[in-house]
Design a protein around this ligand. Sequence first.
Ligand code: UT7
Length: 316
Amino acid sequence: MRILGTGSALPARRVTNEELTAFLDTSDEWIRTRTGIAERRVLNEESVLSLAREASLRALENAGLNADDIDMIIVSTAKGETVTPATANLLQGEIGAHCPAFDLNAACSGFLYALDLAQPYIDSGKAQRILITCAEAISRLCDWTDRSTCVLFGDGAGAAIVGAGEGLLATRLTSVPNLGALNAYHDPGNNPFQEHKHPASYLHMAGQEVFKFAVSTSSADLRAVAEAAGVGLAEIDFFVLHQANMRILEAVRTRLGQPKEKFPSNIARTGNTSSASVPILLDELNRSGALTPGMLIAMSAFGAGLTSGAALLRWA
Ligand code: UT7
């Protein structure tokens, strides 16, 4: 399986760190030094669906395909446009595709979960081309009075179309149950027979716990996919990592003993866009011409669950 095309979309509204200081006890200096984030994009006129649509259409154009060429749509989102139907079904209508479509939620690791899920369909020929679109609006999940979370996230969508070819060399997914580290509860509804309901809640995160998990799991996952593919870390051209925190990227880089230029980053402009983060960065690299055929690209993401996912692919 290989990647045939990529696309991405960000909301128009930029929110700088300085703007956040108007209503939060925080500072540009704290956010920059602790996370590497200078600004993020936040939904205003857009929706999760409109971002998904834009990123998907760009990926189709990049791949030179039409919506009718797509055999399956997988949307990764932590909070889709609607509870039901899935955002993937709505996206299908927006782009005019006629194929099975469904959402998956593996939090920030969603892109890697979707890639892994797509591979047997492509390898077996059951599907020729699969659209994977990661569309996230964590601004809808955040408590905008909680400085420990809302400063970290941004909204956006990233998409990739996969099809047959020599490309994906290895994948690895992990999951360990951990409710306390990162969670947000749904509205429990108004069932009069249920006495004890957990109320809906905003995103809660135990930052340092997730930080430690991220560094250890991302380093281990990247080593594992390289080993599974029989590739030395030094041979890998780019490490495209989930943009959660610049210090996490730096800690993983140091553990792997790799140079800075192999770790591209857009976190300063986007913040943490959850599962959209890896495909947005991949699309930016693709469009900038940084990716040339034959390059080895390792990807890694981690998030609520706790989940993690990694992949090694040869750019085709
Ligand atoms: O995509 C999902 C994966 N998520 C992640 O990977 C996030 C992983 N975690 C992190 O990136 C970091 O843990 C954070 C950026 C969330 C926090 O950085 P930290 O260095 O771990 O800070 P901390 O939580 O230990 O907090 C240090 C101090 C605290 O004050 P006291 O108790 O020392 O007085 C916090 O209250 O910083 C305070 N603080 C802030 N101060 C100014 C927390 N948030 C802010 C803020 N502005 N926005």
